[in-house]
Design a protein around this ligand. Sequence first.
Ligand SMILES: [Zn+2]
Length: 170
Amino acid sequence: MNMIKISDVTEKLALFIDPLSDQKHLRTTSRHSSGSVLHDFSVGEYVEQPTYLSLQIGHNCHIHLEPQYLQYLNHSCDPNVFVDVTRHEIICLRDIEENEEVTFFYPSTEWAMEQVFNCRCRSLNCLGEIKGAMHLDKNLLPRYKFTPHIMEKLYGQVSEQQSVNEPDTN
Ligand SMILES: [Zn+2]
């Protein structure tokens, strides 16, 4: 499939468009090693209700990303980056080759997604319908990395258990 490059957006990322679907996406322009920071981001604006463009960074807290081209980070069920909402960094989950599409796992930040969609990531483990972390099969959870606000929702009882065991502060 011939993807058309629109522009280099940083020295590490370029924006592409798929002429068949008109969908834009970001691809790497060089190689990156697992654990490295591919990009950072800030809060463009806070949005009251999640939209198909928003990113969830906390309980009931949704933002639009700045810079705006980060809206073209698409979902994959076999993602190569993680969006760290605490450090405001986009971190490589594994080694990424030059010219790979940069993708993250939407349920890693989104609890209940505003727009349910059918994933076509073509990964062997594609989950099909993507609706947010609250709808994930519990057996699949160990496969993915989640942000703290999602971890709290998924494993709420675990963290309550842990806090009971923490040393007494009084
Ligand atoms: Zn998929």
